[in-house]
Ligand binder design. Structure first.
Ligand SMILES: [Zn+2]
Length: 300
C-alpha cells in the first residue's frame, strides 16, 4: 500500500526551539520510539503571552529548555491533545512552573484502567483533571492567538485537535501525522470514530498541520484524503479476506499483512480488530462473540 507519501525527514535538535510559523515554536522531547518517532512535539503558541500545546513526557532537559525560551513571559494555558503518557507525563511539572491553566477534554467517561499498548507499556494517564474542560468548538485565546478545539476521537476517546486561525494552521496531535499512520487500537481506539474525525477535517482551509510527532504537513487536505483512502482500502482487503474464508483476525492478519515483522503482529492484529468492529457496526460482518483475535467471523 503506497498511496500515502510519508514524510520522515525532520530537522530538529532536542531541547532546542524551532520557529515553524509566526507565533509557533516547536520543541521535540527526547523520547524516540516506534510509536513516537523522534519524540513528542511540544508547541509554544503566541509571542507575548503564550499557550503550550502538549507538555510531552517526563524530560527535564525538555522542560528546562522550554522554560528558558519562555523567559519572563506569561503562559496562560497548557492545552492537551489527549492523555497518552508521552503527551502528558510532563504536565504536572510544567503546570507548576508556569502556573498556567490546564485545558483538555478529560477522560470523563469510559476510563478503562491500566491499558497497555501493543508493546506492553501502560500508556494512558487516567488521573488527568483539567482546570478547564474543552469540548468541540471551545476556544482559548491570548493577545494575538486563538486556539479552537476540534473534538477528534479515534486514536484516543478524548482527542482534540487545535486550530490556530490567525495563522491558518492546525495542531493535529496524534490524529493526523505525516511520518506514519495513526494507531487505532481497541479498546482505546475506535475506527468508526477515527474515520468520522478524518471526515470532519475535509474542506478546512488550514494551510499546514503541526502533528504530535514528526514534521509539519504542508498539504494537509491531501494527507487526510490519503489516510481515508488507505483505511478504506484496508477495510476492503479485510472484508475480502473474510469472504475468502479467513475467518479469524489472526488468519486475516496473515493474509492482509504478508511477511510482516513478528514484532508488529500484535499491533497489526489490534488494527484489524478495530476494522472488524467497524465492519460489525456497519452490518457487513458478524462475529460469534465479543471480538478478539480468534473469534469466528462471517461476512454478511
Ligand atoms: Zn497518542
Amino acid at each position: 500500500m503506497t498511496d500515502i507519501e510519508f514524510k520522515t525527514d525532520m530537522e530538529f535538535a532536542y531541547a532546542t526551539p524551532r520557529e515553524l510559523a509566526p507565533g509557533v515554536v516547536r520543541f521535540v522531547a527526547n523520547n524516540p520510539s516506534v510509536f513516537t518517532f523522534k519524540g513528542t512535539n511540544t508547541y509554544i503558541v503566541g509571542t507575548d503571552d503564550l499557550a503550550i500545546i502538549d507538555p510531552g513526557p517526563t524530560d527535564d532537559a525538555h522542560l528546562e529548555a522550554i522554560l528558558k525560551h519562555i523567559g519572563g513571559r506569561t503562559v496562560s494555558h497548557i492545552v492537551v491533545t489527549h492523555t497518552h503518557r508521552d503527551h502528558v507525563d510532563g504536565l504536572d511539572k510544567m503546570a507548576t512552573a508556569t502556573k498556567a491553566k490546564v485545558c483538555g477534554y478529560g477522560r470523563n467517561e469510559g476510563n478503562q484502567g491500566a491499558l497497555v499498548n501493543p508493546f506492553g507499556t501502560e500508556y494512558i494517564d487516567d488521573n488527568f483533571n483539567p482546570d478547564m474542560v474543552l469540548h468541540d468548538g471551545d476556544k482559548v485565546s491570548g493577545s494575538n492567538w486563538t486556539l479552537e478545539a476540534l473534538f477528534t476521537p479515534g486514536h484516543a476517546p478524548d482527542h482534540l485537535c487545535f486550530a490556530f486561525p490567525e495563522q491558518k494552521v492546525m495542531f493535529s496531535g496524534d490524529h493526523v501525522m505525516g511520518w506514519n499512520t495513526t494507531v487505532v487500537a481497541p479498546p482505546e481506539g475506535s475506527m468508526s470514530a477515527y474515520m468520522a474525525s478524518l471526515e470532519k477535517l475535509i474542506g478546512r482551509s488550514d494551510t499546514v498541520f503541526f502533528p504530535g510527532h514528526g514534521g509539519q504537513i504542508p498539504d494537509p487536505q491531501r494527507m487526510v484524503r490519503g489516510y481515508m483512502v488507505h483505511r478504506n482500502w484496508r477495510e476492503q482487503a479485510i472484508l475480502g479476506a473474510v469472504r475468502d474464508g479467513h475467518t479469524t483476525i489472526t488468519d486475516v492478519v496473515a493474509k492482509v499483512y504478508k511477511g510482516l515483522d513478528e514484532r508488529l503482529i500484535n499491533a497489526a492484529s489490534l488494527s484489524v480488530q478495530a476494522h472488524v468492529d467497524y465492519l460489525i457496526e456497519k452490518s457487513l460482518i458478524t462475529c460469534d462473540g465479543p471480538t478478539d483475535f480468534t473469534c469466528e467471523l462471517t461476512a454478511v
